[in-house]
Design a protein around this ligand. Structure first.
Ligand code: NAP
Ligand code: MG
Length: 464
C-alpha cells in the first residue's frame, strides 16, 4: 500500500495542514491500496492564493507559449498511459482494456486538442468599430467526479490553462491517485508554479471550501444534481461564473426503419461500458411496439455477454452498488419485467452488479426518470414517432441520446426535436472536440473543443 503525502500547491508537493487521510479502495477486491491527505479549508485557501498569484503572469503569457506548455503536458500524459490505466483499474475497477483505451487514451487526445486550440483560437474578434478581447476569467475551482477520473480533470484543466486561467482542482475522494498522476505530469511538463494546484479531500470539506471561496472566479463542477444545485446557488449568490455537468437519463431512440439488431447491441454496450457509470449513457431504450419483443430478446442476449469481473467491472464503491441494486428492486416493484441480471450480487467479493435489463418500463417509473449510474438498461415501448419524442423528452435531464433509422436524414429530423445536448446518429462516434453538456437539469455550460475553451473566457470590447 502506498501512502501519498502532500498536495501539489504552488509548484511543489507540500504537506497538508491537517493529519487526516482518505483511504483509497480497490472496488474489485475491496482492499485499501493507498492513502491521500484529506485537505481542509486552509489547504484550499493556500491553493487559491497560489492560483491567484500565478494568474497575472499566466494570463500575460502569449497563447503560443501556453500552447507549448500544453503540448508538453500532452506528451507527459502520453508517456504515462500505462501507469494511468493501471491506476484507474486499481481505484475505479475499470477492466484493463477499457482503462487503457478510454480512461488513459482519451484524456491524452483531449489535452492534445487544447494544445492545438491554445495556438489557433481567435482570442480577439472585430464587431463593427469594436475589437473584442477574449480574456481569461481568472481563478478556476474545478470539482470532479470519480467515473472518468482523468477525463473529467483534463476536460476542465486543459481548456482553463489554454484560456489563460489558473486552476485549483478537488478530485473525487474515490479516485485521487489518478489526479495525483495528473499533477505529476503537470509538474514534469513545466507548467509554471501556481498555475495548476491539487487539493485532495472530501467534497463536504475541501469541495465546499473551494466552491465557496471568494477569490475563485469560476466554479466548474461535474457530479450529482444535488451537489450541483447547491454549488450553482452559492455561485449565483456570489455573482460568479459556474459550469455544471450533472448527468442524464439519455434516450436511445430506435425508429421502425432502423437496423434493430445493431441499434440494440450498440445500445446495450453503451450502457455496460464503465459499468454504467457514464453521465451520457443511453439508459432508456425506446422501441416501437411492433418490434418490442424482438428488441427485448436481443437486449437480453447482449447483456449476457457482459460477464462481471471480465468484460464489466465493479461499481466504484459499496454505496453506489447499494444505490443501483435499490433501483433494480424498485423497478421490479413498480412493475418492470426483469429479463436479465437482477439485484443479487454476481460475485462474492467486489462491488459488482449484474448487467441488468428491465423490460415493460413505462415513462413514469422511477427507473425511467432517475439516473441509476449502473449497468441497467430500461426498455420502453412507443406507439408512434410523436409518442417516442414525448417519452425521449419526458425527463428533467437532457445530456445525450441516440437515434437510429433507415437513413441519417430521418434520424436527424427526429434529433432536431430532442431536448438534449448531444445526439449520436446511427451510431456516430464520440467526438472529443464537439461541445458536451446539457439541456434542462443536465447542467449549465459546455465542455470540450472550442466551446469548452469559451467557458473560461470573458469579453472586453474596445471601441474605435
Ligand atoms: P457527488 O457527491 O456530486 O461528487 C462529485 C464531486 O463533488 C466529488 O469531487 C465530491 O467529493 C464533490 N462534492 C461532494 N459534495 C460536495 C459539496 N457539498 N461541495 C462541493 N463539492 C462536493 O457525486 P457522487 O456522490 O460521487 O455520486 C452520486 C451520484 O451522482 C451518482 O450516482 C450519479 O447519479 C451522479 N454522478 C454524476 C456524474 C456525472 O458525470 N455527471 C459523475 C458522478 C456521479 P467527494 O468525492 O468527496 O464526494
Ligand atoms: Mg459524494
Amino acid at each position: 500500500m502506498k501512502a501519498h503525502d502532500g498536495m501539489y500547491i504552488d509548484g511543489a508537493w507540500r504537506p497538508a495542514v491537517g493529519t487526516e487521510t482518505i483511504a483509497v479502495v480497490n472496488p474489485a477486491d475491496e482492499q485499501v491500496i493507498g492513502r491521500v491527505p484529506a485537505g481542509t479549508a486552509e489547504d484550499v485557501d493556500a491553493a487559491v492564493r497560489a492560483a491567484r498569484a500565478a494568474f497575472p503572469g499566466w494570463k500575460a503569457t502569449p497563447p503560443a507559449e501556453r500552447a507549448a506548455v500544453l503540448s508538453a503536458l500532452h506528451e507527459e500524459l502520453g508517456r504515462r498511459t500505462e501507469e494511468i490505466a493501471e491506476t484507474v483499474t486499481a481505484e475505479l475497477g475499470a477492466p484493463p482494456r477499457f482503462a487503457l483505451a478510454v480512461h488513459a487514451s482519451m484524456p491524452v487526445l483531449v489535452a492534445g486538442s487544447y494544445a492545438e486550440l491554445a495556438a489557433s483560437h481567435p482570442f480577439e474578434e472585430t464587431i463593427g468599430n469594436s475589437t473584442v478581447l477574449l480574456e481569461p476569467v481568472g481563478v478556476v475551482g474545478a470539482i470532479t467526479p470519480w467515473n472518468y477520473p482523468l477525463h473529467q480533470v483534463v476536460a476542465k484543466v486543459a481548456p482553463a490553462l489554454a484560456a489563460g486561467c489558473t486552476v485549483v482542482l478537488k478530485p473525487a475522494e474515490d479516485t485521487p491517485l489518478t489526479a495525483r498522476l495528473f499533477a505529476e505530469a503537470v509538474d514534469a511538463a513545466g507548467v509554471p508554479a501556481g498555475v495548476f494546484n491539487l487539493v485532495t479531500g472530501l467534497g463536504t470539506v475541501a469541495g465546499q471550501a473551494l466552491a465557496a471561496h471568494e477569490d475563485v472566479d469560476l466554479v466548474s463542477f461535474t457530479g450529482s444534481t444535488a451537489v450541483g444545485r447547491r454549488i450553482g446557488a452559492t455561485a449565483g449568490g456570489a455573482v460568479k461564473r459556474v459550469a455544471l455537468e450533472l448527468g442524464g437519463k439519455s434516450a436511445n431512440v430506435i425508429l421502425p426503419s432502423a437496423d434493430l439488431a445493431k441499434a440494440v447491441t450498440v445500445g446495450v454496450a453503451n450502457v455496460m461500458a464503465n459499468s454504467g457509470q457514464t453521465c451520457s449513457a443511453w439508459t432508456r431504450m425506446l422501441v416501437h411496439k411492433d418490434r418490442y419483443e424482438e428488441a427485448v430478446e436481443l437486449a437480453t442476449a447482449a447483456a449476457a455477454t457482459y460477464v462481471p469481473g471480465e468484460r464489466v467491472g465493479p461499481l466504484v464503491n459499496a454505496r453506489q452498488r447499494e444505490r443501483v441494486r435499490g433501483y433494480i428492486e424498485q423497478g421490479i416493484a413498480e412493475g418492470a419485467r426483469l429479463v436479465a441480471g437482477g439485484p443479487e450480487a454476481p460475485l462474492a467479493t467486489g462491488y459488482y452488479v449484474s448487467p441488468t435489463v428491465l423490460a415493460d418500463v413505462t415513462p413514469e417509473m422511477t427507473v425511467a426518470q432517475e439516473e441509476i449510474f449502473g449497468p441497467v438498461v430500461s426498455i420502453l415501448k412507443y406507439e408512434d414517432t410523436d409518442d417516442a419524442l414525448a417519452i425521449a423528452n419526458g425527463t428533467v435531464y437532457g445530456l445525450a441520446g441516440a437515434v437510429w433509422a433507415g437513413d441519417d436524414a430521418e434520424a436527424v429530423a427526429f434529433a432536431r426535436r430532442m431536448d438534449t445536448g448531444q445526439v449520436d446518429i446511427n451510431g456516430g462516434r464520440f467526438n472529443i472536440r464537439a461541445p458536451f453538456g446539457g439541456y434542462k437539469q443536465s447542467g449549465v455550460g459546455r465542455e470540450l473543443g472550442p466551446h469548452g475553451l469559451g467557458e473560461y473566457l470573458q469579453t472586453k470590447s474596445l471601441q474605435f
